[in-house]
Design a protein around this ligand. Structure first.
Ligand code: PEP
Ligand code: MG
Length: 416
């Protein structure tokens, strides 16, 4: 609550600290490598989270220039906020649901003020990390109940525990070996299947809460069909136990998976037969496809959402969902950026996007200005290009016309 901005030597845009910063609307620039050698205590500093620029000891001219930029941005923000409750209906009539990614149930109070249509991703790690003990069923039930009630008439997707990787702290430390490559280690669904008691407790709490509103369950980091089947089997047992105990729950609760590994993309057609929706986690999908640790600033240049490899992964996943009649949404950081959102629309049948609440009004406004037909044409054009540089140029060229208000605010993630 006291931080108005930060800049760090380490990290990448999609490392956990970066995600928390954007969820709290705190300007942040990460991965600067040697900033801490330059800046001294007490220095004035400008942190431009839109362009990724940090200026230590600005000149008077720079100070005036950035104050103007800030005013412009605040004006743009105000204008966008005034329309936050309007649906994201494209000019050719498609309605896209724009939902929120939340980090804890404290974020629920921000849903309405940003025009969120429910929760597309509840990262439940907050209940677990930095805690001295695992949260019990009752504590989790009360939390998920709050979520279910708050999102009515929409729904909330509760992602089961995604601990590990760069999210290890508190009691979890005792359960993790000192892994040389934690991102490739015992993370997310792998951890839950290795410690089924912890998983069962969470599933029971979600199911119990499912009578208080509409909830969906989502497993993170699925890489094999067996993992999905095993998780579903455990869920089946938990449901049976609840029935035996006479405890009500939503028997038709939907179960989906996150697509965030290349292997899940390659077998998406098989996975689709065992779940009712996909949500593409582009943060991890990019990490694992490009083989870059998302917290390592030295390889952050390879975080390339517009790489042809990533676009082909997205297309393959979306096609597999469409061919198998299940829904597909995107909840990684790509969803909250207009430059990428237009492409996601162009793949066809992505009917939902989920993002940090602060991006919602901006994305809704943007989606109202585009047509699905135009975005499909754009996808067709860029899918034939061989390099990220060509694709980037093609996309920027085509979307320029949507940003005539001179704020530059819509292009924030793509600044150099
Ligand atoms: C993702 O990987 O894109 C995602 C949404 O999950 P997280 O950022 O929590 O790993
Ligand atoms: Mg992920």
């Amino acid at each position: 609550s006291k931080v108005i901005g930060f800049a760090t030597d380490g990290g990448g845009k999609t490392s956990h600290a970066g995600i928390i910063a954007s969820s709290m609307d705190i300007p942040a620039v990460v991965g600067l490598k040697k900033l801490s050698y330059t800046v001294r205590s007490g220095d004035p500093i400008i942190v431009d989270g839109n362009t990724g620029i940090v200026i230590c000891r600005p000149t008077t001219e720079q100070f005036i220039e950035y104050n103007k930029k800030r005013q412009k941005y605040l004006y743009y923000d105000q204008e966008v906020h005034a329309q936050k409750h309007l649906e994201a209906k494209t000019v050719d009539g498609a309605v896209i649901r724009v939902r929120a990614n939340i980090e804890s149930s404290h974020d629920l109070k921000h849903l309405n003020e940003h025009g969120a249509e429910g929760v597309g991703l509840y990262r439940t790690e907050y209940l677990y990390v930095n805690k001295a003990r695992w949260p019990d069923e009752e504590e989790q039930y009360q939390d998920y109940k709050k979520v279910a009630e708050a999102v009515t008439p929409y729904h909330a997707v509760i992602r089961t525990l995604d601990i590990g990787g760069d999210k290890i702290a508190g009691v979890a430390v005792d359960y993790m070996d000192d892994e040389p490559n934690p991102a490739l280690g015992l993370r997310a669904i792998r951890f839950c299947l290795a410690y089924p008691d912890i998983f069962r407790t969470q599933l029971r709490a979600i199911l119990r809460a499912s009578v208080h509103g509409k909830l969906k369950i989502m497993y993170p980091l699925i890489t094999t069909l067996e993992e999905l089947k095993e998780a579903n089997e455990i869920l089946g047992h938990v449901k049976e136990n609840l029935k035996q105990d006479g405890i009500p729950f939503d028997e038709s609760i939907e179960v989906g998976i996150m697509i965030e590994t290349p292997s899940s993309v390659m077998i998406a057609d098989e996975l689709a037969k065992h779940c009712s929706f996909f949500s593409i986690g582009t943060n991890d999908l990019i990490q694992y496809t490009m083989a870059i640790d998302r917290v390592n600033e030295r390889v952050a240049y390879l975080y390339q959402p517009l790489s042809p490899a990533i676009l082909r992964m997205l297309k393959q996943t979306i096609d597999a969902a469409n061919n198998n009649g299940i829904s597909v949404s995107v909840c990684g950081k790509m969803a909250g950026d207009p430059v990428y959102a237009i492409l996601l629309m162009g793949f066809g049948n992505v009917t939902e996007l989920s993002m940090d609440v602060h991006s919602i009004p901006k994305i809704k406004k943007f989606l109202r200005s585009i047509s699905l037909a135009d975005s499909a044409k754009l996808v067709e054009k860029v899918m034939g290009l061989a390099s990220e540089a060509e694709i980037k140029a093609g996309v920027m060229n085509s979307i320029d016309k949507y940003f005539t208000d001179d704020t530059g605010a819509g292009l924030e993630e793509n600044a150099p």
